[in-house]
Design a protein around this ligand. Structure first.
Ligand SMILES: Nc1ncnc2c1ncn2[C@@H]1O[C@H](COP(=O)(O)OP(=O)(O)OP(=O)(O)O)[C@@H](O)[C@H]1O
Length: 209
């Protein structure tokens, strides 16, 4: 499903990601581990198509990844950092906006949006504005946005950030559920519990420089 063929990233003389090859089958999970600065976020950006590799290639379902291709965008959902939020839209408005962008049937979009909010325990916060959320709640909000759209591949950088242990469990459950439905996961994490909970294949990165 995802093939990384000798992928590396440099910026001038600086090496952000040392050459790496790996593959993950459809419905599998690739857990990206490594110390600060090892290149995890860089690798995820390359898999997401938002950064071109300096060498090598990333293929998803045999196709070279490019973010400009809408068919590819539909297949790959990405959360690297928190998404921007519109100050005048509520949590529910945001999630519904994403769902209706991709889902033509309004009732199906509404059901998807409310289902995602419920799964992440955000229903009681649905009418809040983004600035009225705590940092952990913002993290869950960001996850809700990425889950409220279709994907075959879900790329998430450190989903455990800002979350207490109970909410890390919620995230493990939610991501496992997506995998059970056939999605392929690529997750960078520093949390051994999250890594174990996703039960995927671990790719350890060494610091590039
Ligand atoms: N634009 C850039 N120019 C030069 N070096 C960069 C740039 N962006 C990142 N780096 C460097 O590339 C390396 C990899 O960074 P990256 O963010 O991918 O690491 P990471 O494994 O995700 O780290 P962390 O665990 O801290 O999130 C780091 O040494 C970083 O300083």
């Amino acid at each position: 499903m995802i093939d990384l063929d000798d992928v590396s990233v440099s910026a001038g003389e600086v090496r952000l990601l040392a050459p790496i090859s790996a593959s993950v089958d459809a419905g599998g999970a690739l857990i990206v581990r490594g110390r600060n600065g090892a290149g995890k976020s860089t690798l995820l950006r390359v898999i997401a198509g938002v950064r071109a590799p300096t060498s090598g290639a990333v293929r998803i379902g045999g196709d070279i990844v490019t973010e400009r291709d809408r068919r590819m965008r539909r297949r790959v959902a990405v959360m690297i950092g928190l998404p921007p939020a519109a100050p005048d839209l509520t949590v529910a408005d945001h999630v519904l906006l994403v769902a209706t962008t991709w889902e033509e049937d309004a009732a199906a979009a509404a059901a998807l949006a409310s289902g995602v909010l419920s799964e992440l325990g955000l229903t009681s916060l649905a009418e809040r504005y983004p600035h009225e959320l705590s940092s952990g709640q913002m993290q869950l909000f960001g996850l809700a946005l990425v889950l409220a759209r279709p994907f075959e591949v879900l790329v998430i950088d450190e989903p455990e950030q800002r979350l207490d242990p109970e909410h890390v469990d919620v995230v493990i459950r939610v991501l496992r559920a997506r995998r059970d439905r056939g999605a392929t996961l690529v997750v960078a994490t520093h949390d051994p519990r999250l890594a174990a909970g996703l039960a995927g294949r671990t790719l350890w990165l060494d610091a590039a420089a």
